[in-house]
Design a protein around this ligand. Sequence first.
Ligand code: AGP
Length: 608
Amino acid sequence: MCGIVGYIGESKAKGLVIDGLKRLEYRGYDSAGIAICIDGKIEIKKEKGKIENLEKIIGDPAFDGNVAIGHTRWATHGVPSATNAHPHRSMSGKIAVVHNGIIENYEEIREELKGSGVKFLSETDTEVIAQLIGSLYDGDLLVAVRKAVARFRGAYAIGVVASDEPDRIVAVRKDAPLIVGLGKDGNFISSDVPAILKQTRDVYFINNDETVLLTKDEVKIFDDDGNPVTHQVQHIDWDVNSAEKGGYDHFMIKEINEQPKGIYDTLHQRLQDDGSIKLDGISLTKEDIENISKIYIVACGTAYHAGIVGKYIIEKIVKIPVEVDIASEFRYRDSFVDEHTLFIAISQSGETLDTLEALREAKRKGARVLSVVNVVGSSVARESDDVFYTWAGPEIAVASTKAYTTQLVCMYLIALYMASHKGNIDKAYYDKIVNGLKEIPDKLSRLLEKQADIGKIAKKYYGWDKIFFVGRGQDVGVSYEGALKLKEISYINAYAIAAGELKHGTIALMDDHTLVIALATQDGLFEKMISNIEEITAREAHVMGLAKESNTKIGKFVEDEIYIPDCIDELTPLLSVVPLQIFAYYVAKERGCDIDKPKNLAKSVTVE
Ligand code: AGP
């Protein structure tokens, strides 16, 4: 997520804002910038890369003032660059804006402004904000901002300054965090508490659709209708370290809990009101899709596990054969890739060298390359023909969670998009999946309310060293992901296997010191899974069952049970993986492991 920091007061603003931006670095970013009101003008400096790069160009003491807004950008629209970095200014030069979030209808507003002669310098939705405010500005910044915001659809936290009104900052919040810090000689705006903790622990948490008018002595807050509202001052007693995690103990559990939002953000931008799917950044036409006779999904680790689930989804919905392969092996098979192949590369970081090399091999063989990536402008994205961005936001913990579930969302959307273009999907079935997808964020939020119960089960088993994950159908790929999560953060030698395969050898390992986590979410395979569970318990192993809420029958056969909200079989992976993530987290926590930075692991593996 992007980071916003603003200051207005008696002190010099540059140092306070840059220090605040540095305390937001944990959020992940690819460029940074600052705007300062100086002698009736707005001066802006911004740079690609880390804040140190920005500091190299803002050293001049004359580049300072008492009002400034700064920003660290996590690219969503437009590649990381100095041009696309914030702050953005209006063509008049009178308005500067920093923004966190996504303006969904920015393109239509941009076209409208272009039609009235506005010249744009960047590809960003944020510049549209600055230009619209600039076009509406007639000497009252608060009025111009409120008029502009009335046009926006999407999620945003915005900070604005005007050269003609250097005694104020205006800020607005809708579905993206914004706080006000009450300093001793001035006031702050920020995306998050860590940015201002060094200056003040007294803050206002701004609510949705509220607008803030900040001067050095006063903070005024208005509701959506422009009526003044009062807020209680909150005193923050977090230490800085826990503040970066929003009060959570680790980034991993924070990111697990961000999944409803990540899924919502990745979904709703693409699902149109009429149920059709608009895939920005993807130019696959009906003819292209009819030319595809085979799909390869190639990735590593968790991204590969998303591909396994993706195979089931795409084959079932699109009726095209799908091969799934781990990227480090793909190049050494004489794969049947040609100009009729769609090659889907999945990568959270977009920098995994195994995946990048596999992608290059597929291109050499004539495939059309579509990548599913979380980092805008990353190498995998740049070398693909089409890019489907997950909007999970920066994933800090090495163990991937929210990237995985948003990758799954992309699998569903790609499948629905292709099937609807091929014209081989029944409308009722299409609608059933689309409507089911829309319900997932709320169902996942409900499931997350039970995370403490899963923590209790983890307390029973955190000392065990033989833990298996088994399932059938869709549950097999999710079992692999559950095992990897447990392995990489608790260092327990966890193992995943298709339940039907157990009897062909592995069941020999079952004994009284074995825990088997049995996924039984597929209605059509539920009874078979009950039989597998009975085979396992007959060998004295302990079983934790995971099933839909409507299948409590499983409780009679297992020692512990976890239920996920009911949904159609196709969509269960979006829910069933989360209890496994939470289980792994609490086991590792009980074992005192370094959860966010596990030993021997890197967040992005850029070696072969
Ligand atoms: C997942 O928890 C691991 N950190 C690892 O398996 C990761 O998924 C894999 O290295 C692929 O990374 P990518 O998605 O950035 O390409």
